[in-house]
Design a protein around this ligand. Structure first.
Ligand SMILES: Cc1ncc(COP(=O)(O)O)c(C=O)c1O
Length: 410
């Protein structure tokens, strides 16, 4: 965006970008922030859509007035929202996505299903840049089944090198489990190329799309991915602790059997049989009763995301993050900050990490001024300007506040 010879980006230039932003109106579909507050943490917990309150109130009224009879409708909610996510967020087909449980639990179910479907293969493969819960899940599976967990060294800024990955893939790998967008750097992997590499050696591919669902294209169908899991409380704005979603490719649903057998995953749930028989299709990935109030709360954010369109959101996310990089180079590099995210916009998601030895102090000081980023130990400030509701001028103002703190703290 800005080069050494071009003039610095002014606040007026940021305002002009907002005037030209085709997604500007989506901001009004979210509950307003406190005057002067700036929210740069949409990749941890998205903001609240205006529609969420009324939709949850309706569910509360149904509970109050209809009581258990309301389950006639509620029973369909995990599939209905799963289908909406499939169609408009992750490029899958109806019947391939279902909502329920946390991302950690779905990761476990999916990874264990892969292990069960690959008898004779003893290796699980991942990257050392994966999110902690993903690591723990794989560690636990490896411990339970006496498998070998191979963890690939990964560049903390630019992500996994595909040559390193290629060299590690062999005929013992049962499952390759990776994050599509890295939680710290935001590095974006090529889903199609990586999935193809996994399949070439006979491994199954499981993606964690928590940081990509709602921010970048997630081509599950065309990439050939076998399974994926993702959060709904980040870019999908489903609310704190909103259940996650799991994708299983239709052609693999018969053989990928998850290990947590519960009555909601049963073929005839209300027959109350003593013996488990898995439901047809994606329903077999349910376990117990869905958390209806928080599942229903996911729908407004999914709708906003669908209306905005992933391509437009990804394009705006690239511009917002480019603005952060440009201002960081101009204003913050002289104070000891460095950019720890890919500089090529096509190779990152919608967040940027800045490094500074005193990052924690900066984050505390920003929060005291109503600017909310987040801190990742030991020295990272993560800025996630969600493209649905973040203005270019918000990014400019947040960076300006960081610049003014930098002149005092560093
Ligand atoms: C990449 C990734 N996976 C998983 C999770 C969390 O999973 P859970 O929904 O189980 O808390 C996060 C949370 O930030 C995440 O960033």
């Amino acid at each position: 965006m800005n080069t050494a010879t071009s003039p610095p980006i002014t606040r007026e230039a940021a305002l002009q970008m907002d005037r030209e932003d085709p997604l500007a109106a989506f901001r009004d579909r979210f509950a307003p922030l406190k005057e002067g507050a700036l929210y740069m943490d949409g990749n941890s917990l998205g903001r609240q859509p205006n529609e969420t309150g009324p939709i949850v109130s309706q569910a509360l009224a149904a509970w109050r007035d209809e009581m258990i009879i309301a389950w006639r409708e509620w029973i369909r909610v995990p599939r209905r929202i799963g289908d909406a996510i499939a169609q408009s967020i992750v490029e899958a087909r109806p019947g391939e996505v279902i909502v329920g449980d946390s991302t950690s639990v779905n990761l476990y179910k999916a990874a264990a299903a892969a292990v069960g479907a690959q008898p004779g293969r003893r290796t699980l493969l991942t990257s050392d840049d994966n999110f902690p819960t993903d690591m723990y899940t794989l560690q636990s599976l490896a411990a339970q089944h006496a498998l070998y967990l191979k963890v690939l060294p990964t560049d903390p800024v630019n992500g996994l090198d595909l040559q390193v990955l290629r060299a590690a893939l062999d005929s013992d790998v049962a499952l390759l489990a990776l994050s599509h967008v890295a939680y710290r750097s935001g590095a974006l992997l090529d889903m199609t190329a990586v999935t193809q590499m996994a399949h070439d050696c006979g491994a199954l591919m499981l993606w964690d799309v928590s940081h990509s669902a709602g921010s970048v294209r997630v081509p599950l169908e065309s990439s050939g991915a076998d399974m994926a899991v993702g959060c709904t409380y980040k870019y999908l704005n489903g609310g704190p602790g909103a259940p996650s979603f799991v994708y299983v490719r239709a052609s693999e649903q018969q053989r990928l059997r998850q290990p947590l057998w519960g009555w909601f995953g049963h073929r005839e749930q209300f027959a109350m049989s003593d013996t488990f028989e898995p439901a047809e299709g994606i329903d077999s990935f349910l376990v117990g009763i869905p958390a209806i109030l928080s599942t229903i709360a996911i729908e407004p954010g999914v709708r906003c995301t669908a209306d905005a369109g992933i391509d437009r959101l990804q394009a705006k996310g690239q511009q917002l993050t480019e603005l952060i990089i440009t201002l960081a180079d101009e204003w913050l590099a002289p104070c000891g900050f460095s950019v720890a995210s890919p500089r090529d916009a096509a190779r990152r998601g919608s967040h940027i990490t800045l490094k500074h030895p005193r990052a924690k102090e900066f984050v505390r000081a920003l929060i005291a001024q109503d600017v909310t980023p987040d801190f990742r130990p030991p020295d990272m400030i993560r800025l996630g300007p969600a493209p649905l509701y973040t203005r270019f001028v918000d990014v400019w103002d947040a960076m300006q506040q960081l610049r003014s703190l930098a002149s005092k703290i560093s």
